[in-house]
Design a binder for this molecule. Structure first.
Ligand SMILES: Nc1nc2c(c(=O)[nH]1)N[C@H]1C(S)=C(S)[C@@H](COP(=O)(O)OP(=O)(O)OC[C@H]3O[C@@H](n4cnc5c(=O)[nH]c(N)nc54)[C@H](O)[C@@H]3O)O[C@H]1N2
Ligand SMILES: Nc1nc2c(c(=O)[nH]1)N[C@H]1C(S)=C(S)[C@@H](COP(=O)(O)OP(=O)(O)OC[C@H]3O[C@@H](n4cnc5c(=O)[nH]c(N)nc54)[C@H](O)[C@@H]3O)O[C@H]1N2
Ligand code: SF4
Ligand SMILES: [Mo]
Length: 885
């Protein structure tokens, strides 16, 4: 027997429905919810592995004050008293909340209400500032409201889908699968990918435009000029429903194709093809994500795209429209409650006195923030210089994810009062907390999230609450009460909060604001429990609406949309000291700072180490071979060490480093230490995708690889990266020989008993060391050290931790670092659902499987979540190209 609960995936903004089952033994399993309109039963690799991330290892289970266990009363009193005293002494702007698109709407609503309506400051900002702020600002400039006009179905209905700065195959995988399936069913559908890198997503593309970093404004301005010149604009729509086209066109300087090609980095031939395709296709959807938003010209990029859709009237109709993909599960919900420092609840505007008065009256609040608060980057600067003296950080890890991350760490180190609410105890940020509040996590908490297509879904609990963890909304409400606002924060359940939020959305609305879910204003606990996913808006007495703006009615006071004149940023002059452009982003199987996905051995097997993608010709110029370590350094003298990954998918002069590694998992690889805090002037969103850096070979005296059932206590190396495997941990490292030699370090660091059998091997010529520790038939640890990168197969070595090693000859083979006969090396894991490695896929391809489907039949790879299908296709194609040569 098992009980099933319908809930929503806590990772990306696709917002897939999940059915979680708990059996009698308490074992959890998950599957896609076939009835959920976001995914219709599909899940990606991260969603499929959710059950593996729910253990209590490292969980924050009790409140702590100054590192000592405390009870809730003490912790909440400390927070409330310190905030109240700080406000009394230094005013409301001396405190701040830094929250997250991973909070539920109910948590977010309470945080915003407490700060803006009761503390009376707007110093509440969110990691969505690093994520969605440029889209919000672009929408508001063009539409007069922060509205995503379309729905997922539009991607399937379109004849052309343009993906700008989006690695959808890895970051919105289920939406990508829907798109790939639609294209397979209707091959006339075209996909264009605009991204400097050739990503897994671009494998689906009919056209890949490898745009120069930040060449997007020039590209879409060029497109706008082309649409006007070739008579492709919708004059009736432009005339009746928009203003400002003439001004926007003036900013689009008439450029020759060759100038445009220089400004965008894309050949004239490819530009013409794209312009022609866009011009002549009526049903176009343009999706964009962080390659657009995270830029010093992010808001202008958004408006350059919106301009083209407004000019053609392709908005809000089936198969047509611009589509900002939200990153986090509740990035959209945070915007609805006014979680950004420059917004008010219910999509109302903080700069509008009528809106402020309305929200204050609705809340019956003593005050209302009169001006926008500090945006994330400014907020941490204010913490550093002492203007902010108390900060509460919830559900985000800014010491890893903020630009200029070491400065953020220093700011929190000097801040008089830091409160952190997290589910994990030892994050880089939680380590700096004066008060640590343990939060309930996914599977334990209850509330709602809104996905990229404005669909509100329930997250429902199905696990018991561990230790003394409490929901984030409860923590906020308790502090609110203790600060003297008992009545306003007297909530009994998330349903009550949701009902209040829905009521506010409809309060004095009358169609003047896009966000209206008045139909749910009277929802009670029972109805809330049963709530099915629905799209907003849903005003009282109406059905949910799928799309906005088809009627040409926008939210500026005159009801019209605005064209925004935007011009392309100047191309920076090359600096010989920092010749590379550093781009950053995500990998397929990890989520941000890995506090959850890092727990899954399967997810960690896909990419287990931080890396720097670099073009082979650039690598050759700096004397770099594949698997060398590199030092990447930026102007403000920060540097990181990561593994070199040579690939032609990277353009010359640019490198890519993922954002996921932290002080906990690879302390020399926190990429945000390199990124300066340069922001978009309109949205305040940091430019996380473009930092000038130098890249040099890192000369380490030793390289090492360790698999071990025990987590090493001490890693005294310049570089190390640790990841989970099925039997324990795997560690890559490089640095000097430990003072007492390798065996002694291994014994101490793993606390190995004397009874273990140690097999060792030293090659005095090459300097190679191998040390293996066995307990009976079990391998406890295997250490491989070499002067250059260690060439042992990682997955094979890791797999040895879970095998029996009774045959002494096989143990000798292990020392040699080679697979014993009959125990083949599967290679790096490609399919994480079935743990199928690259060597197995190549072998199957060589023996005749020439399609992803054939590989699936032979090995099961790619047949569950499908997230690895682009990679399988690439391996199959490469094998067959090699064979043909
Ligand atoms: N696996 C996984 N999925 C995730 C997440 C995760 O951590 N892991 N996080 C979620 C979140 S919060 C977010 S915000 C989304 C992000 O989803 P995406 O935005 O799709 O992911 P990123 O890897 O940040 O960046 C997207 C692409 O922008 C490109 N790019 C860089 N500079 C430029 C430029 O100047 N112009 C253009 N056109 N492109 C450029 C990069 O090369 C990169 O391929 O992913 C969500 N999904
Ligand atoms: N260089 C670079 N930096 C980036 C980006 C990039 O592309 N490049 N992307 C940016 C973007 S788009 C984003 S969204 C951010 C993401 O960056 P972060 O928000 O810092 O990353 P997460 O690891 O998602 O942090 C979430 C934290 O909340 C905790 N948590 C999980 N569930 C709960 C809960 O229910 N309650 C509470 N209280 N805590 C919980 C987790 O353990 C974790 O510590 O990174 C940004 N930084
Ligand atoms: S695409 Fe994957 S990570 Fe995103 S919501 Fe769906 S299952 Fe979760
Ligand atoms: Mo994000």
């Amino acid at each position: 027997m098992s009980t099933e609960t319908k809930t929503t995936c806590p990772y990306c903004g696709v917002g897939c429905g999940v059915i979680a089952s708990v059996d009698d033994a308490g074992k959890v399993s998950v599957k896609g919810d076939p009835d959920h309109p976001a995914n219709f039963g599909r899940l990606c690799s991260k969603g499929s592995a959710l059950a593996e991330t729910l253990d209590l290892d490292g969980r924050a289970l009790y409140p702590e004050i100054d590192g000592e266990r405390a009870n809730w009363d003490e912790a909440l009193d400390r927070v409330a008293t310190t905030f109240s005293q700080t406000i009394a002494e230094h005013g409301p702007d001396s405190v701040a909340f830094y929250v997250s698109g991973q909070l539920l709407t109910e948590d977010y609503y309470v945080a915003n209400k407490l700060m803006k309506g009761f503390i009376g400051s707007a110093n509440i900002d969110t990691n969505s500032r690093l994520c969605m702020a440029s889209s919000v600002a672009g929408h508001r400039r063009a539409f007069g409201s922060d509205t995503v006009p379309g729905a997922y179905e539009d991607l399937e209905l379109a004849d052309l889908v343009v993906l700008v700065g989006s690695n959808m195959a890895w970051c919105h995988p289920v939406l990508y699968q829907r798109l790939a399936a639609a294209k397979a069913a209707r091959p006339t559908m075209k996909v264009v990918v605009i991204d400097p890198r050739r990503t897994a997503t671009s494998d689906l593309a009919d056209l890949h435009l490898s745009v120069r970093p930040d060449g997007d404004v020039a590209l879409f301005n060029g497109l706008l000029a082309h649409l006007v010149e070739t008579g492709r604009t919708d004059e009736a729509f432009v005339g009746a429903h928009t203003t400002g086209l003439a001004e926007a066109l003036m900013a689009v300087s008439r450029q020759s194709m060759s100038d445009l090609s220089d400004a965008t980095g894309v050949s004239g031939m490819l530009l013409r093809q794209f312009f022609w395709l866009f011009g002549q296709t009526e049903k176009v959807v343009t999706c964009y994500s962080q390659g657009v938003n995270q830029s010093a010209s992010g808001t202008d990029k958004v408006n350059a795209i919106l301009n083209c859709h407004l000019a053609t009237g392709r908005i809000g109709q089936p198969g047509m429209g611009p589509f900002s993909l939200t990153g986090q599960p509740n990035a959209m919900g945070g915007r609805e409650v006014g979680g950004l420092a420059n917004m008010l609840a219910g999509h109302m505007a903080i700069e509008n006195p009528v809106d402020r008065d309305r929200v204050q009256r609705f809340w019956n609040a003593p005050v209302i923030a009169a001006k926008a608060g500090l945006k994330a980057v400014d907020m941490f600067e204010a913490v550093a210089d002492g203007r902010i003296k108390a900060i509460w950080i919830m559900s985000t890890n800014p010491v890893v994810s903020m630009p200029n991350a070491d400065a953020v760490r220093k700011a929190l180190e000097v801040c008089p009062f830091v409160v952190v609410s997290d589910i994990q105890k030892n994050t880089d940020t939680a380590r700096l907390a004066h008060v640590l509040l343990p939060a309930t996590g996914w599977g334990e908490k209850s509330g709602t999230v809104t996905n990229s297509e404005r669909r509100i879904s329930r997250q429902r609990p199905f696990l018991s609450v561990p230790g003394e963890a409490r929901p984030d909304w409860w923590q906020l409400a308790e502090v609110g009460k203790r600060m003297g606002f008992a009545k306003a924060f007297d909530y009994a359940s998330p349903a009550e909060i949701f009902a209040e939020h829905a009521t506010l959305s409809a309060f004095e609305n009358d169609g003047t604001r896009d966000f209206d879910i008045g139909a749910h204003a009277t929802i009670d606990d029972e109805a809330y429990d049963k709530l099915s996913p629905f799209q907003w808006p849903q005003a009282e007495g109406t059905a949910p609406r799928e799309r906005f703006f088809a009627d040409g009615r926008f939210y500026h006071p005159d009801g019209k949309a605005r064209f925004i004149p935007v011009s392309s940023p100047a191309i920076p002059k090359p600096d010989a000291r920092y010749p590379f452009t550093l781009n950053t982003g995500r990998v397929r199987d990890h989520w941000h700072t890995m506090t959850r996905t890092g727990k899954s051995a399967r997810l960690s097997a896909h990419i287990a180490e931080p890396f720097c993608e670099i073009h082979p010709l650039d690598a050759a110029e700096i004397g770099l071979s594949d698997a060398d370590l590199v030092t990447v350094q930026s102007r403000h003298d920060a540097s990181i060490i990561v593994r070199a990954l040579l690939t032609e998918r990277q353009t010359r002069g640019a490198v890519f480093v993922p954002m996921h590694w932290t002080g906990e998992t690879a302390p020399s690889a926190r990429v945000c230490t390199l990124v300066p805090s340069k922001v978009d002037p309109v949205s305040g969103q940091p430019a996380l995708k473009r930092t000038e850096v130098s890249v040099k070979r890192n000369e380490a005296s030793n390289h090492g690889f360790l698999v071990s059932t025990i987590k090493p206590a001490d890693l005294p190396f310049a570089y190390w990266a640790i990841a989970r495997t099925n039997g324990g941990h795997r560690v890559e490292f490089a640095g000097n020989t430990p003072a007492d030699g390798w065996e002694s370090w291994l014994r101490d660091s793993l606390n190995l008993g004397e009874s273990l059998q140690i097999l060792g091997y030293i090659d005095s010529q090459t300097g190679d060391h191998r040390i293996l520790a066995f307990e009976g038939d079990h391998l406890i640890a295997a250490l491989f050290v070499s002067r250059g990168p260690v060439s042992v197969s990682r997955q094979w070595a890791a797999d040895q931790l879970t095998e029996r090693h009774s045959d002494p000859r096989a143990r000798s083979m292990l020392v040699a670092g080679r697979p014993a006969p009959g125990r083949p090396d599967k290679g790096a894991i490609v399919c994480s659902c079935f743990s199928v490695g690259v060597n197995e896929i190549s072998a199957a391809a060589r023996s005749g499987c020439c399609s992803v489907e054939a590989i699936g039949k032979a090995l099961n790879a790619g047949t569950n979540c499908g997230s690895c299908r682009p990679e399988i296709r690439r391996i199959v194609d490469a094998t067959h190209v090699l064979a043909a040569e």
